[in-house]
Design a protein around this ligand. Structure first.
Ligand SMILES: [Zn+2]
Length: 300
């Protein structure tokens, strides 16, 4: 059947996207996707596609950026990273999975009670990373509302107060569908992707393959109760983390610029990268601010 160029491109793009989504979903619950795949899936939209705001970077000459951290499965690293930035006077935008918030509400580890209000009191803010971290391809708008957005919003309000409104929605794996755009419009919450992927989780996963027999699991720092799927355990080997810090920094050095929204996860290598990342930000005179603030600095 003949197709015009744009629908053919859209079709190819969608197929690529399904493949990436499926591969990543099977491989990891913690990883992001390469920047290019997030971009290509979104660029091709038909005239009937709902016009949601999809934000990857803020176009600005102001020397401002935003550091975002996703998932928050690990209470240990979420608190550790949140505190480390607080000490350095830097505020983060955090995208927890609803299940991670729920786990912390119902059964926090000793010392990690009220994790979310504590992170907020340090000056950090929250977006919504949906509830279960599934690949949402094929989900209807109603399914997205019932199974993903409303449950996540509900636990966020329980943790942070009934008036809490997340800064935006970050879809797992960066997968944007027409149904998600519709949801974004209905709830008046922008879709927040990223222009820089530190690839911290991707590196940790690859490195974990090399540490057979070593400490691959760190159960004491993860939530007791998982969602429908258990998050992958990542290698906590020190050599692995050191190697991944180099990889993270190389991504920042290549892609960091004004208005960048950077994707990271709450894992060991990202914690260990903080001193070098902070030095780089200072050397380049780029100030990390909350996403809600960055959005006021120009067009997204
Ligand atoms: Zn995620």
């Amino acid at each position: 059947m003949p197709q015009d160029d744009s629908s053919l491109r859209a079709d190819i793009s969608r197929r690529q996207f399904l493949r990436w989504g499926a591969g990543i979903a099977a491989g990891s619950l913690l990883g992001g996707v390469p920047v290019t795949s997030a971009h290509s899936g979104d660029r091709e939209q038909s005239s009937t596609t709902p016009k949601a705001r999809v934000i990857r970077r803020v176009q600005t000459s102001a020397r401002k950026v935003c550091l975002t951290y996703d998932d928050l499965w690990s209470e240990f690293y979420s608190l550790k990273i949140g505190r480390e930035y607080r000490k350095r006077g830097i505020a983060l935008t955090l995208f927890p999975i609803g299940y991670a918030v729920q786990n912390n509400l119902r059964r926090p580890h000793a010392g990690y009670e009220n994790l979310y209000p504590r992170l907020r009191d340090m000056g950090h803010e929250f977006g919504c990373h949906l509830h279960t971290h599934r690949d949402i391809t094929g989900f209807s708008v109603q399914q997205l509302i019932d199974e993903e957005l409303e449950p996540a919003l509900q636990v966020m309000r329980q943790a942070l107060g009934p008036g809490y409104r997340p800064v935006g929605i970050r879809p797992p794996y960066g997968i944007v569908t027409d149904e998600l755009r519709e949801l974004s419009n209905r709830y008046e919450m922008p879709l927040i992707l990223w222009g820089l992927d530190s690839r911290d989780a991707i590196c940790a996963r690859a490195c974990a393959d090399q540490c057979e027999g070593e400490d691959r699991t760190i159960p004491e720092v993860y939530s007791h109760l998982y969602g429908p799927e258990t998050p992958e355990t990542l290698c906590s080997n020190a050599n692995c983390a050191a190697h991944c810090v180099d990889a993270i920094m190389s991504n920042y050095e290549t892609y960091l610029r004004t208005g960048t929204i950077a994707l990271n996860h709450m894992i060991r290598s990202s914690f260990e990268a903080i001193p070098r990342l902070h030095s780089l930000l200072r050397a380049w005179n780029l100030q990390p601010i909350l996403l809600s603030e960055l959005l006021s600095y120009g067009s997204a």
